[in-house]
Design a protein around this ligand. Structure first.
Ligand code: FES
Ligand SMILES: [Fe+2]
Length: 342
Protein backbone atom coordinates (compact mmCIF):
# COMPACT_ATOMS: atom_id res chain seq x y z
CA UNK A 1 0.00 0.00 0.00
CA UNK A 2 3.03 2.21 0.54
CA UNK A 3 1.60 4.51 3.19
CA UNK A 4 3.83 6.11 5.79
CA UNK A 5 1.71 6.13 8.94
CA UNK A 6 4.07 7.81 11.38
CA UNK A 7 3.68 11.29 9.97
CA UNK A 8 1.58 14.45 10.21
CA UNK A 9 -0.78 14.94 7.28
CA UNK A 10 -2.84 17.97 6.36
CA UNK A 11 -6.57 17.42 6.83
CA UNK A 12 -7.53 20.88 5.57
CA UNK A 13 -7.61 24.54 6.56
CA UNK A 14 -8.73 25.51 10.07
CA UNK A 15 -11.47 27.72 8.62
CA UNK A 16 -13.20 24.64 7.18
CA UNK A 17 -13.72 22.97 10.56
CA UNK A 18 -16.52 24.31 12.74
CA UNK A 19 -18.83 22.88 15.37
CA UNK A 20 -20.06 20.10 13.10
CA UNK A 21 -19.11 16.56 12.11
CA UNK A 22 -16.71 16.41 9.17
CA UNK A 23 -15.87 12.92 7.87
CA UNK A 24 -12.55 12.36 6.11
CA UNK A 25 -10.61 9.40 4.83
CA UNK A 26 -6.84 9.55 5.23
CA UNK A 27 -4.54 6.58 4.53
CA UNK A 28 -7.68 4.47 4.08
CA UNK A 29 -8.77 5.19 7.64
CA UNK A 30 -12.10 6.86 8.26
CA UNK A 31 -11.99 9.80 10.66
CA UNK A 32 -14.57 12.25 11.89
CA UNK A 33 -13.47 15.76 12.90
CA UNK A 34 -15.31 18.31 15.00
CA UNK A 35 -14.44 21.52 16.79
CA UNK A 36 -15.42 21.52 20.46
CA UNK A 37 -16.96 24.53 22.16
CA UNK A 38 -13.56 25.41 23.63
CA UNK A 39 -12.29 25.66 20.01
CA UNK A 40 -10.17 22.54 20.22
CA UNK A 41 -10.35 20.46 17.06
CA UNK A 42 -10.55 16.69 17.61
CA UNK A 43 -10.56 13.66 15.34
CA UNK A 44 -12.12 10.31 16.19
CA UNK A 45 -12.31 7.01 14.42
CA UNK A 46 -15.45 7.31 12.30
CA UNK A 47 -16.95 4.01 13.34
CA UNK A 48 -19.22 3.15 16.20
CA UNK A 49 -17.86 0.15 18.14
CA UNK A 50 -21.39 -1.28 18.35
CA UNK A 51 -22.64 -1.99 14.80
CA UNK A 52 -19.97 0.04 13.02
CA UNK A 53 -22.18 2.84 11.76
CA UNK A 54 -19.92 5.79 10.89
CA UNK A 55 -20.28 8.29 13.73
CA UNK A 56 -20.39 11.09 11.17
CA UNK A 57 -23.93 9.83 10.35
CA UNK A 58 -24.97 10.74 13.88
CA UNK A 59 -25.21 14.06 15.69
CA UNK A 60 -22.98 16.40 17.59
CA UNK A 61 -24.65 16.97 20.97
CA UNK A 62 -22.68 19.59 22.86
CA UNK A 63 -19.10 18.33 22.64
CA UNK A 64 -20.15 14.69 22.26
CA UNK A 65 -20.96 12.57 19.24
CA UNK A 66 -24.16 10.60 19.40
CA UNK A 67 -24.31 7.56 17.14
CA UNK A 68 -27.17 7.75 14.66
CA UNK A 69 -28.23 4.11 15.17
CA UNK A 70 -28.76 3.42 18.91
CA UNK A 71 -27.47 6.61 20.46
CA UNK A 72 -24.22 5.49 22.06
CA UNK A 73 -22.39 8.72 22.82
CA UNK A 74 -18.65 9.51 22.82
CA UNK A 75 -16.71 12.52 23.99
CA UNK A 76 -13.75 14.19 22.26
CA UNK A 77 -11.39 11.72 23.94
CA UNK A 78 -13.23 8.82 22.37
CA UNK A 79 -14.65 7.79 25.72
CA UNK A 80 -18.21 6.46 25.84
CA UNK A 81 -20.32 8.69 28.05
CA UNK A 82 -23.75 7.20 27.39
CA UNK A 83 -25.39 3.97 26.33
CA UNK A 84 -29.16 4.51 26.19
CA UNK A 85 -31.13 2.21 28.53
CA UNK A 86 -27.97 0.94 30.20
CA UNK A 87 -26.03 2.19 33.24
CA UNK A 88 -22.89 0.14 32.76
CA UNK A 89 -20.34 1.63 30.33
CA UNK A 90 -17.92 -1.24 29.55
CA UNK A 91 -14.24 -0.41 28.85
CA UNK A 92 -14.59 -1.78 25.32
CA UNK A 93 -17.03 1.01 24.52
CA UNK A 94 -14.62 3.59 23.10
CA UNK A 95 -13.43 4.91 19.75
CA UNK A 96 -9.87 5.68 18.76
CA UNK A 97 -8.63 9.25 18.66
CA UNK A 98 -6.08 10.89 16.39
CA UNK A 99 -3.73 13.68 17.52
CA UNK A 100 -4.63 16.97 15.81
CA UNK A 101 -2.64 20.22 15.70
CA UNK A 102 -3.35 23.55 14.05
CA UNK A 103 -0.56 25.82 12.79
CA UNK A 104 -0.95 28.98 10.71
CA UNK A 105 -4.51 28.02 9.82
CA UNK A 106 -3.50 24.53 8.70
CA UNK A 107 -4.90 21.37 10.31
CA UNK A 108 -2.49 18.49 10.83
CA UNK A 109 -3.41 15.00 11.94
CA UNK A 110 -1.03 12.26 13.08
CA UNK A 111 -1.88 8.89 11.53
CA UNK A 112 0.67 6.66 13.25
CA UNK A 113 1.52 5.33 16.67
CA UNK A 114 0.14 7.93 19.05
CA UNK A 115 3.14 8.04 21.39
CA UNK A 116 5.28 9.24 18.50
CA UNK A 117 3.08 12.23 17.64
CA UNK A 118 5.63 14.98 18.23
CA UNK A 119 4.30 18.44 17.21
CA UNK A 120 7.90 19.50 16.52
CA UNK A 121 7.82 17.24 13.49
CA UNK A 122 5.10 19.32 11.83
CA UNK A 123 6.32 20.90 8.62
CA UNK A 124 7.50 24.45 9.17
CA UNK A 125 9.15 27.30 7.28
CA UNK A 126 10.56 30.53 8.73
CA UNK A 127 8.58 32.52 6.16
CA UNK A 128 5.30 31.46 7.81
CA UNK A 129 6.07 33.96 10.56
CA UNK A 130 7.82 36.59 8.44
CA UNK A 131 5.63 39.60 7.70
CA UNK A 132 7.61 40.48 4.56
CA UNK A 133 6.08 37.36 2.99
CA UNK A 134 2.46 37.22 1.95
CA UNK A 135 0.81 33.94 2.89
CA UNK A 136 -2.28 32.61 1.23
CA UNK A 137 -4.04 29.31 1.82
CA UNK A 138 -5.32 28.18 -1.55
CA UNK A 139 -7.53 25.22 -2.24
CA UNK A 140 -7.69 21.43 -2.34
CA UNK A 141 -7.11 19.54 -5.55
CA UNK A 142 -8.74 16.10 -5.65
CA UNK A 143 -6.87 13.67 -7.87
CA UNK A 144 -7.84 10.12 -8.75
CA UNK A 145 -4.28 8.85 -8.54
CA UNK A 146 -1.86 7.18 -6.16
CA UNK A 147 -0.15 9.72 -3.91
CA UNK A 148 3.35 8.61 -4.93
CA UNK A 149 2.63 9.67 -8.49
CA UNK A 150 1.30 12.99 -7.24
CA UNK A 151 4.30 13.64 -4.99
CA UNK A 152 6.77 12.51 -7.61
CA UNK A 153 5.36 15.13 -9.98
CA UNK A 154 6.37 17.69 -7.35
CA UNK A 155 10.06 16.88 -7.53
CA UNK A 156 10.09 16.90 -11.31
CA UNK A 157 10.88 20.30 -12.87
CA UNK A 158 11.24 18.73 -16.30
CA UNK A 159 7.49 18.31 -16.84
CA UNK A 160 6.84 22.03 -16.53
CA UNK A 161 7.85 22.91 -20.12
CA UNK A 162 5.41 20.36 -21.52
CA UNK A 163 2.49 20.30 -19.10
CA UNK A 164 2.35 24.01 -18.21
CA UNK A 165 3.49 25.85 -21.35
CA UNK A 166 1.32 28.95 -20.77
CA UNK A 167 1.66 29.49 -17.02
CA UNK A 168 4.78 28.14 -15.35
CA UNK A 169 6.98 27.02 -18.22
CA UNK A 170 7.89 27.60 -21.83
CA UNK A 171 9.65 25.85 -24.68
CA UNK A 172 12.88 27.69 -23.70
CA UNK A 173 13.34 25.23 -20.83
CA UNK A 174 12.73 21.92 -22.59
CA UNK A 175 16.36 20.88 -22.90
CA UNK A 176 17.82 22.47 -19.77
CA UNK A 177 19.19 19.68 -17.54
CA UNK A 178 17.82 19.18 -14.03
CA UNK A 179 20.19 19.26 -11.05
CA UNK A 180 19.40 17.21 -7.97
CA UNK A 181 20.40 16.72 -4.38
CA UNK A 182 19.18 13.41 -3.04
CA UNK A 183 21.22 12.82 0.09
CA UNK A 184 19.06 14.76 2.55
CA UNK A 185 15.46 15.34 3.46
CA UNK A 186 14.13 17.24 1.56
CA UNK A 187 15.07 15.75 -1.77
CA UNK A 188 15.70 18.65 -4.15
CA UNK A 189 15.62 19.09 -7.91
CA UNK A 190 16.15 22.39 -9.67
CA UNK A 191 17.14 24.22 -12.75
CA UNK A 192 17.74 27.73 -13.98
CA UNK A 193 16.61 29.00 -17.33
CA UNK A 194 18.83 31.99 -18.01
CA UNK A 195 18.18 34.91 -20.28
CA UNK A 196 14.75 34.03 -21.65
CA UNK A 197 11.49 35.98 -21.88
CA UNK A 198 9.41 35.82 -18.67
CA UNK A 199 6.80 33.03 -18.62
CA UNK A 200 3.10 33.87 -18.26
CA UNK A 201 3.20 33.93 -14.50
CA UNK A 202 5.99 36.50 -14.26
CA UNK A 203 4.75 38.57 -17.16
CA UNK A 204 1.77 39.14 -14.92
CA UNK A 205 3.51 39.68 -11.59
CA UNK A 206 7.04 40.78 -12.35
CA UNK A 207 6.60 43.82 -14.63
CA UNK A 208 9.85 42.86 -16.38
CA UNK A 209 10.79 44.75 -19.52
CA UNK A 210 13.52 42.45 -20.87
CA UNK A 211 14.73 38.89 -20.50
CA UNK A 212 14.85 37.19 -17.12
CA UNK A 213 16.66 34.42 -15.31
CA UNK A 214 14.06 32.02 -13.98
CA UNK A 215 14.51 29.32 -11.40
CA UNK A 216 12.46 26.34 -10.24
CA UNK A 217 13.58 24.57 -7.10
CA UNK A 218 11.49 21.59 -6.07
CA UNK A 219 11.89 20.38 -2.50
CA UNK A 220 10.12 17.22 -1.46
CA UNK A 221 9.91 16.66 2.28
CA UNK A 222 9.14 13.10 3.27
CA UNK A 223 6.60 11.69 3.21
CA UNK A 224 4.71 14.08 0.93
CA UNK A 225 5.03 17.83 1.44
CA UNK A 226 6.46 19.73 -1.51
CA UNK A 227 7.78 23.27 -1.65
CA UNK A 228 8.33 24.75 -5.05
CA UNK A 229 10.50 27.81 -4.94
CA UNK A 230 10.23 29.61 -8.22
CA UNK A 231 10.96 33.09 -9.35
CA UNK A 232 12.52 35.41 -11.84
CA UNK A 233 14.94 38.31 -11.88
CA UNK A 234 16.11 40.59 -14.69
CA UNK A 235 18.92 38.83 -16.53
CA UNK A 236 21.23 41.89 -16.23
CA UNK A 237 21.41 41.23 -12.48
CA UNK A 238 23.16 37.88 -13.16
CA UNK A 239 21.69 36.49 -9.97
CA UNK A 240 23.64 33.76 -8.21
CA UNK A 241 21.90 30.63 -7.00
CA UNK A 242 21.78 31.81 -3.40
CA UNK A 243 20.53 35.30 -4.27
CA UNK A 244 17.00 34.29 -5.10
CA UNK A 245 15.58 36.60 -2.43
CA UNK A 246 16.57 39.51 -4.70
CA UNK A 247 14.13 38.43 -7.37
CA UNK A 248 10.36 38.04 -7.47
CA UNK A 249 9.98 34.83 -5.55
CA UNK A 250 7.06 32.54 -4.84
CA UNK A 251 6.77 29.40 -2.81
CA UNK A 252 4.01 27.05 -3.88
CA UNK A 253 3.47 24.54 -1.12
CA UNK A 254 1.64 21.27 -1.64
CA UNK A 255 0.51 19.13 1.25
CA UNK A 256 -0.18 15.79 -0.37
CA UNK A 257 -2.55 13.63 1.66
CA UNK A 258 -3.19 10.05 0.55
CA UNK A 259 -6.89 9.23 0.84
CA UNK A 260 -6.90 5.73 -0.64
CA UNK A 261 -4.53 4.01 -3.02
CA UNK A 262 -6.59 5.48 -5.86
CA UNK A 263 -7.29 8.94 -4.51
CA UNK A 264 -5.20 11.82 -3.23
CA UNK A 265 -5.94 15.32 -2.01
CA UNK A 266 -3.36 18.05 -2.60
CA UNK A 267 -3.96 21.03 -0.30
CA UNK A 268 -1.99 23.87 -1.81
CA UNK A 269 -1.02 27.32 -0.61
CA UNK A 270 1.46 29.99 -1.63
CA UNK A 271 3.77 32.61 -0.15
CA UNK A 272 5.49 35.43 -1.99
CA UNK A 273 7.83 38.36 -1.45
CA UNK A 274 5.99 40.60 -3.95
CA UNK A 275 2.54 42.26 -3.86
CA UNK A 276 2.51 41.78 -0.07
CA UNK A 277 -0.86 42.69 1.42
CA UNK A 278 -2.55 42.57 -1.99
CA UNK A 279 -5.43 40.10 -1.73
CA UNK A 280 -6.37 40.65 -5.31
CA UNK A 281 -2.95 39.36 -6.38
CA UNK A 282 -3.53 36.26 -4.22
CA UNK A 283 -6.74 35.56 -6.09
CA UNK A 284 -5.04 36.02 -9.44
CA UNK A 285 -2.27 33.65 -8.38
CA UNK A 286 -4.94 31.16 -7.25
CA UNK A 287 -6.51 31.36 -10.71
CA UNK A 288 -3.21 30.79 -12.48
CA UNK A 289 -2.35 27.89 -10.21
CA UNK A 290 -5.78 26.37 -10.73
CA UNK A 291 -5.09 26.25 -14.47
CA UNK A 292 -1.66 24.70 -13.90
CA UNK A 293 -2.79 22.17 -11.30
CA UNK A 294 -5.72 21.04 -13.45
CA UNK A 295 -3.10 20.30 -16.10
CA UNK A 296 -1.23 18.09 -13.61
CA UNK A 297 -4.46 16.42 -12.53
CA UNK A 298 -5.36 15.47 -16.07
CA UNK A 299 -1.95 13.89 -16.64
CA UNK A 300 -1.88 12.08 -13.29
CA UNK A 301 -5.38 10.63 -13.62
CA UNK A 302 -4.64 9.39 -17.13
CA UNK A 303 -1.47 7.72 -15.86
CA UNK A 304 -3.34 6.16 -12.96
CA UNK A 305 -5.90 4.62 -15.32
CA UNK A 306 -3.14 3.26 -17.49
CA UNK A 307 -1.37 1.76 -14.49
CA UNK A 308 -4.49 -0.29 -13.71
CA UNK A 309 -4.24 -2.01 -17.08
CA UNK A 310 -2.09 -5.02 -17.76
CA UNK A 311 1.56 -4.07 -18.32
CA UNK A 312 3.90 -6.33 -20.18
CA UNK A 313 7.11 -4.49 -19.34
CA UNK A 314 8.36 -2.19 -16.65
CA UNK A 315 8.30 1.56 -17.33
CA UNK A 316 11.68 2.85 -18.47
CA UNK A 317 13.65 5.45 -16.56
CA UNK A 318 15.40 8.48 -18.04
CA UNK A 319 17.86 11.11 -16.83
CA UNK A 320 15.28 13.44 -15.30
CA UNK A 321 14.00 10.62 -13.04
CA UNK A 322 16.78 10.76 -10.46
CA UNK A 323 14.92 12.63 -7.75
CA UNK A 324 11.62 10.73 -8.18
CA UNK A 325 13.49 7.41 -7.99
CA UNK A 326 15.24 8.35 -4.77
CA UNK A 327 11.92 9.55 -3.40
CA UNK A 328 10.27 6.18 -4.00
CA UNK A 329 13.21 4.38 -2.45
CA UNK A 330 13.05 6.53 0.67
CA UNK A 331 9.31 5.99 1.00
CA UNK A 332 9.85 2.25 0.75
CA UNK A 333 12.39 2.47 3.57
CA UNK A 334 9.98 4.43 5.75
CA UNK A 335 7.14 2.02 5.02
CA UNK A 336 9.35 -0.95 5.93
CA UNK A 337 10.54 0.75 9.10
CA UNK A 338 6.94 1.50 10.08
CA UNK A 339 5.76 -2.05 9.52
CA UNK A 340 8.61 -3.45 11.63
CA UNK A 341 7.59 -1.21 14.52
CA UNK A 342 3.93 -2.10 14.46
S1 FES B 1 -24.31 1.25 15.91
FE1 FES B 1 -23.81 2.91 17.15
S2 FES B 1 -25.04 2.65 18.87
FE2 FES B 1 -25.51 0.94 17.68
FE1 LIG C 1 2.98 20.46 -12.59
Amino acid sequence: MEFVFDAWYVAGWSRNFQHELVPQTILEQNLVFFRQNDDKLVALEDRCPHRLLPLSKGNLVGDNVECGYHGMTFDGNGKCVRIPAQDNLPPSAYVDTYPVEERHGIVWVWMGIKEKADPNLIFNMDEFKDSSWHKHLGDALHIKAHYLNVAENLVDPAHVSFVHPTTLGSAASQDVPVEVSTTDDPIAAWRWIRNAPPVGFFQKFGSFSGNVDRWHYYYLHLPSTAVIDFGSAASDLQLKEDERHKGVRIFAIHFVTPVTRDYTIDHWMHMRNAAVGNDDASKQIDDLFRIAFEEDKEILEAIHKEEQRQQTRAPIRIAIDRAPLVYRKRIKELVNLGSQQR
